[in-house]
Design a protein around this ligand. Structure first.
Ligand SMILES: Cc1cc2nc3c(=O)[nH]c(=O)nc-3n(C[C@H](O)[C@H](O)[C@H](O)COP(=O)(O)OP(=O)(O)OC[C@H]3O[C@@H](n4cnc5c(N)ncnc54)[C@H](O)[C@@H]3O)c2cc1C
Length: 415
């Protein structure tokens, strides 16, 4: 059965074999990696079946449209958890593989692809290819982090990790400058599985809140909190120069007041934004960009300081600003984003030229530091920066499916 027939049968959407397409998960990528203007999107929401689970080994086989949320909710009560999970659980297994997503525990568990044992993928000519870390490993390296461009992932086998339950022992520590952040990150790597920090992007010196957590054996009961929704799109961004400073001031001081040890359920700890549906509407009709870079550790302090300085000078950024370190491990995928170093991720309300000009200055800092930008969060990086940041790009190109293309691939790879 050819790819179009398969997806068509599952989704009952009429497709035309002549048009080029792109696999589509939950559309949770920020930029244009999952967009295909003038082409087709192959929705994988129909590929949503669990196939097998070995409760002795934690090996899970499922179709690629299964949501990480459903894996967590089904298997955590059975003593198994996803080893790597991003800041939202509303993503598919296919999307998690295609962007080789990372979580708050990169230093301990790497990225998503490190835990994938097998992939079954269909090319647009109908050919089905099976691969894994030890089976056709070159296809594995191209498809993990392959931005959906090598074929449609149909199924995957993932190694889950044993867990004692849904709770985490947490510690929240305010820091007042970047040097303190790095000290905290370094000293936490050994004993804490999850580390992440919120940074006040307008504080100049790099003031923020450091959070770390480990799986807990706590037996608290879950008090389900209601999910809220942004009720409408405001005519202008609610994140602006008037709201940002007071918000950051209030948030920092509230978290400082609440700092110390605690116990948290995994959902609010891992996925705080999932509690406010359609939160992106708060940026108003012009929307926002996210800018996420990773900078090698040796120059991480200076480059992060320089980026924060530019952001503060431009009076830009948002309260959604995250700073964390990646562990000293290389990623499997030819185009995987994580590399040893420090990663800064920030939302920016879209102010047109003003915002794009700021990004150009941030790009220069990233380029000089020999860092890279995360394609899953990008809609505008220059092609030269992409090529410099991803030295295996040439090798990757030979695994591309000729009938798959995205707005991002046309922008950064020419097709
Ligand atoms: C609030 C929030 C927090 C986030 N936090 C993090 C984080 O901490 N770490 C992180 O790494 N990312 C993070 N992300 C980004 C998100 O995890 C990734 O963009 C993820 O890949 C989205 O998955 P998706 O199912 O929505 O895929 P989509 O966005 O629909 O697609 C992403 C890519 O995967 C490809 N794809 C999808 N399904 C398949 C398939 N079956 N076969 C082949 N290719 C496929 C698409 O073609 C596309 O290139 C966050 C996003 C949000 C909204």
């Amino acid at each position: 059965m050819a790819l179009n027939d398969l997806i068509n049968a599952k989704n009952q959407i009429p497709l035309h074999a002549s048009e080029f397409g792109l696999p589509y998960g939950m559309g949770r990528s920020y930029g244009d990696v999952g967009l295909n203007p003038d082409g087709l999107l192959w929705l994988t929401s129909g590929l949503n079946h669990f196939i097998a689970f070995d409760e002795n080994t934690g090996l899970l086989s499922c179709e690629s449209g299964v949501l990480l949320r459903d894996i967590q909710r089904l298997f955590i009560p059975r003593g198994w958890i996803l080893p790597v999970t991003p800041g939202t659980q509303m993503v598919t297994v296919g999307g998690a593989i295609a962007n080789d997503i990372h979580g708050k525990n990169h230093h301990a568990y790497g990225s998503f692809g490190d835990h994938v044992k097998y992939i079954k993928m269909m090319r647009t000519d109908g050919q089905v290819i099976e691969f894994g870390p030890n089976l056709n490993p070159e296809w594995f390296a191209a498809t993990v982090g392959g931005l959906g461009l090598t074929g449609v992932i149909l199924q995957a086998q993932i190694q889950l990790k044993p867990t004692s339950g849904p709770w985490l022992d947490t510690e929240t520590i305010p820091y007042t400058n970047l040097a303190e952040f790095f000290e905290l990150a370094d000293s936490s790597e050994q004993d804490w599985e999850h580390t992440v920090s919120w940074i006040d992007c307008l504080s100049g010196g790099g003031k923020g809140i450091f959070m770390r957590a480990n799986p807990s054996t706590s037996m608290k009961t879950v008090m389900a909190k209601k999910t809220k929704k942004m009720p409408f799109t405001p005519p202008i961004s609610l994140v602006n120069q008037f709201s940002l400073k007071p918000f950051n001031f209030a948030y920092y001081n509230l978290q400082k007041y609440r700092s110390g040890k605690g116990v948290a359920h995994y959902e609010p700890f891992f996925y705080p934004l999932d509690k406010l549906l359609e939160w992106n509407r708060m940026y108003g009709p012009k929307g926002f960009f996210q800018y996420q870079s990773v900078i090698p550790r040796e120059v991480g302090y200076d480059a992060t300081k320089a980026m924060l300085h530019e952001i503060e000078k431009a009076n830009a950024g948002s309260f959604l600003a995250v700073l964390k370190t990646f562990g000293n491990r290389q990623s499997i995928g030819m185009l995987s984003f994580p590399q040893p170093g420090v990663t800064l991720a920030l939302d920016f309300p879209n102010h047109g030229d003003r915002t794009l000009k700021l990004f150009e200055r941030l790009d220069s800092i990233v380029e000089e530091a020999k860092g890279r930008i995360y394609p899953a969060k990008d809609a505008r990086m220059p092609r030269e920066l992409f090529e410099a940041g991803y030295p295996q790009l040439q090798a990757f190109q030979q695994y591309r499916d000729p009938n798959i293309s995205s707005a991002l691939s046309r922008r950064l790879m020419g097709s």
